[in-house]
Design a protein around this ligand. Structure first.
Ligand code: SF4
Length: 336
């Protein structure tokens, strides 16, 4: 099977070059073509010899795939659909704002986590994306040059496909790759402990933990992962790391009417996060026919936010973007 060059790290390309008897510096040249110049064909790598290009064409390809569809929201958000493999689809969402432009990328086709409020989770799991599939979501959209930030908050659970996610973030941040600051990248998780520990040790990117309910039994009803990896163990792990430096910790908290949005929940949340240098992002739940939940009233959301802010936790309400094209949080379905 041919190797997808897109998503290969410098070390992997050095191994490939060694195996083919190419000079060691060829790996750096490959990085330059793949990640700086972002060519989409091996033949465009003009400082490689013709023999090298011919050999590379035999054993590798550049997995650049243009999106099969783009939907544009009235607020400027764009949802791109990519085909990965055989009739499998994932989505990426481009979110332009005044001073930044963020791409929300997917890391799996579907998801195993089965969060009850999430359209992706209701579809089950259909496979992992490779690092190349993840990077292609950035490289193959016309807005690539405008991107200031990337968030791994699309379809899938990043800690359940961590090798690919770490390889993709390495390409984005390494000097031989795109050279981005890790501060431009946020990786989300529901809290898969083994993956999370490895991520915290090996990456400097920001972390966003999907919390959604501070009460264990209630959280478990919404997020089955709570059973295997309880929130208190996740928080205990997070407390072992330093969050007052460059790397930022945030908690995502979707507001469900009558389920997790009253002052008792706000108080429990404050208690749970006590002493952790973090912020909380509230998200309005986007109702969908597949999920049996309602969104909280604006006044309830404001009261919840005020309670957290008054009690020393920076709390913001995330603007809903792209709701008219089902691009908002929890609505990505990858439907063709
Ligand atoms: Fe998976 Fe995230 Fe959806 Fe949960 S919210 S099912 S982790 S995609």
């Amino acid at each position: 099977m041919k190797v997808n060059l897109l998503g290969q790290t410098l070390v992997q390309l050095q191994e490939l070059c060694a195996q083919e008897g190419f000079p060691r510096f060829t790996a750096k040249q490959l990085c330059d073509w793949l990640y700086r110049k972002r060519v989409d064909s091996i033949d465009a790598m003009t400082n490689l010899s013709l023999a090298q290009r011919a050999r590379l064409n035999e054993l590798a390809y550049i997995g650049r795939e243009t999106p099969v569809r783009c939907q544009v929201s009235k607020d400027g958000t764009k949802k791109y659909l990519f085909e990965v493999g055989d009739r499998a689809f994932v989505e990426a969402v481009y979110i332009p704002e005044e001073e930044r432009a963020t791409l929300c990328v997917s890391c799996q086709v579907g998801c195993k986590m089965g969060c009850r409020f999430c359209v992706t989770g209701q579809q089950g799991f259909h496979g992992n994306l490779s690092a190349g599939d993840i990077l292609n979501q950035l490289f193959s959209i016309p807005e690539f040059e405008q991107l200031t930030n990337v968030v791994f908050m699309g379809m899938g659970e990043p800690m359940d496909n961590l090798d690919a996610v770490l390889a993709a973030t390495e390409v984005l941040t390494a000097p031989w790759g795109l050279g981005w600051s890790p501060k431009r990248i946020t990786v989300s998780t529901v809290g898969i402990l083994p993956g999370l520990k490895r991520f915290l040790d090996e990456s400097q990117c920001h972390l966003a933990v999907s919390l959604h309910n501070p009460v264990a039994q209630e959280r478990q009803q919404m997020m089955p992962v709570q059973k295997a990896y309880p929130l208190n163990e996740v928080l205990a792990l997070l407390r072992q790391y330093n969050w007052s430096g460059q790397r930022r910790l945030s908690f995502e908290y979707t507001m469900f009417r009558g389920l997790n949005d009253d002052q008792a929940h706000a108080a429990k949340l404050v208690e749970a996060l006590k002493g952790l240098d973090c912020r909380v992002n509230l998200i309005r739940f986007h109702e969908s026919p597949e999920a049996p939940y309602k969104t909280s009233l604006p006044s309830t959301i404001a009261a919840f936010q005020n309670y957290l802010n008054r009690n020393g936790i920076i709390c913001t309400l995330r603007a809903s973007r792209g709701q008219d094209i089902d691009a908002a949080c929890g609505l990505l379905a990858g439907k063709e």
